[in-house]
Design a protein around this ligand. Structure first.
Ligand code: ACO
Length: 435
């Protein structure tokens, strides 16, 4: 494979079976260039094989830039550190979905829209009644999300700009209500209706923790920390759940079903479910006597399937910039809530030992976004099985932005990977008596 003067060449040349094929080079704005192999099969008969898609670009996208080697994350060009410091979750949602930071007027309109769609249809209460009390909140959230499409048939009009806008606003407004009600169902408490006088994060906290029998006051610092967590989770380019949303959306399924599929993908412990796994591990370390080194050794043992949850990332081979911000936020929340958390102490010791250990250094394994986020959720009072629901609320604007970009792109085709078949060659059917 050659590319004449790679920095400026428009094509690379691939020698294959004595033939030379030209592969166009697609240039990204931040130097992340790609070989366009779309015609490779028709020209050569070959496909490319990349299980896990570690080296496969599935889209050109103008939403999020991340450089895993340098630990850089930007939404629409804005550094995550600046957004975390100066913005709000709804402003970031607007930025991701509509492409630019809103003016005051645009933001006010967006916030008003989102705030006035927070109620879910009353018939949906029966959905919650029908689930078993110990249903995992992620299952309820995914079901409720696709269930909403039954109430809003306009969501099937995916090329109608007005229908798309109202679907987007409904989703952002209603997901916290679904998430909070899935929790109330699990603990047998009455559902708490949204309060439109509260901010986005404060309303979620109120729906989660208020009860009709006594007053509940939202702690402003806690609401601020939750808003920050939502910002940090809001997009992460073509991760597993986002790719799922794009793939389902590429079939022209409606936005509710695409997002529901993304929620299901996020559930897995190798993805959004890792924050729950981190707390389980920290609890196990404490219950086991607090010997942090023993658990680091366990994670390094090739004969032990255990891996340190919250460490490592497919793309970041340096500090995950979100983890750095979250660690500082965890300190603030623990202070604000007065929680003296032994697990935070264990987490810091684990991090310290892992970061000075050759196994982790040589594999470039650093704490990821999930390592400290679970500690914040825990200090706020969320039970472990609600952590990933909160992550889903945060990731929602990113999923929507990526879906919208995909639907609007003239390059989009139905997502349909190929395979290298490795099964039996053609053979004749054998009747059951002869097998
Ligand atoms: N603990 C111990 N060893 C690890 C860890 C870990 N957390 N993560 C990776 N490794 C090791 C692997 O065993 C492998 O070692 P080897 O080369 O000796 O075989 C090497 O590091 C490379 O790991 P891969 O599995 O090839 O990396 P991949 O990019 O496929 O996986 C993943 C990334 C899934 C995140 C992985 O690091 C992991 O399982 N981490 C724990 C789960 C987690 O925190 N997930 C959340 C990710 S962030 C998010 O989704 C929001």
């Amino acid at each position: 494979m050659t590319a004449d003067s790679p920095a400026s060449a428009d094509v690379a040349h691939l020698d294959i079976g004595g033939e030379t094929v030209e592969l166009p080079i697609v240039r990204g704005t931040e130097g992340d260039d790609a070989l366009d192999i779309a015609k490779l099969r028709s020209q050569t008969g070959y496909i490319t094989l990349d299980p896990g898609y570690g080296n496969t670009g599935a889209a050109t996208s103008a939403i999020t830039f991340l450089d895993g080697e340098q630990g850089i994350l930007r939404y629409r060009g804005y550094p995550i550190e600046q957004l975390a410091e100066q913005s709000t979750f709804l402003e970031v949602a607007y930025l991701l979905i509509w492409g630019e930071l809103p003016t005051r007027e645009e933001l006010d309109r967006f916030v008003t829209e989102v705030t006035h769609h927070t109620l879910i249809r009353e018939e949906m209460r029966h959905f919650f009644d029908s689930f078993p009390h110990d249903a995992h909140p992620m299952a309820v959230l995914a079901s409720g999300t696709v269930g909403m499409s039954t109430f809003y048939p306009d969501s099937h009009e995916i090329f109608d700009a007005d229908a798309v806008e109202i679907t987007i606003n409904r989703l952002i407004a209603k997901l916290p209500t679904l998430a909070a009600w899935s929790f109330k169902k699990a603990i047998g408490q009455p559902y708490v209706y949204p309060r439109n006088d509260l901010g986005y994060a404060a309303n979620l906290l109120n729906m989660m923790f208020a009860v009709p029998s006594e007053a509940y006051e939202v702690n402003a610092q806690v609401a601020e920390a939750l808003d920050l967590l939502l910002i940090l989770h809001a997009d992460h380019e073509q991760n597993a759940s986002t790719s799922t949303v794009r793939l389902v959306g590429s079939t022209h399924a409606n936005l509710y079903s695409s997002i529901s599929a993304g929620i299901s993908a996020l559930w897995g412990p190798l993805h959004g479910g890792a924050n729950e796994a981190v707390i389980n591990t920290l609890e196990n370390v404490v219950a086991d006597g607090g010997d942090v080194k023993k658990w680091v050794d366990k994670a390094k043992d090739p004969d032990d399937p255990f891996r340190l949850p919250g460490f490592g990332h497919r793309v970041y081979k340096n500090h995950d910039p979100r983890a750095t911000i979250i660690k500082r936020a965890a300190e603030r929340v623990l202070k604000a809530t007065g929680a003296d958390d032994e697990l935070f102490d264990v987490a810091q010791r684990l991090e310290e030992i892992a970061l000075s250990d050759d196994y982790f250094i040589s594999r470039k394994l650093y704490p990821n976004v999930d390592f400290y986020s679970g500690l914040i959720y825990r200090a706020i009072g969320f039970p472990k099985n609600m952590f990933t629901n909160c992550f889903a609320i945060g990731r929602l604007p990113g999923w929507i932005a990526q879906w919208k970009e995909m639907i609007e792109s003239p390059e989009t085709k139905i997502g349909r990977p190929r395979q290298v078949y490795s099964g039996a060659q053609a053979r004749d059917y054998v009747p059951i008596e002869q097998r």
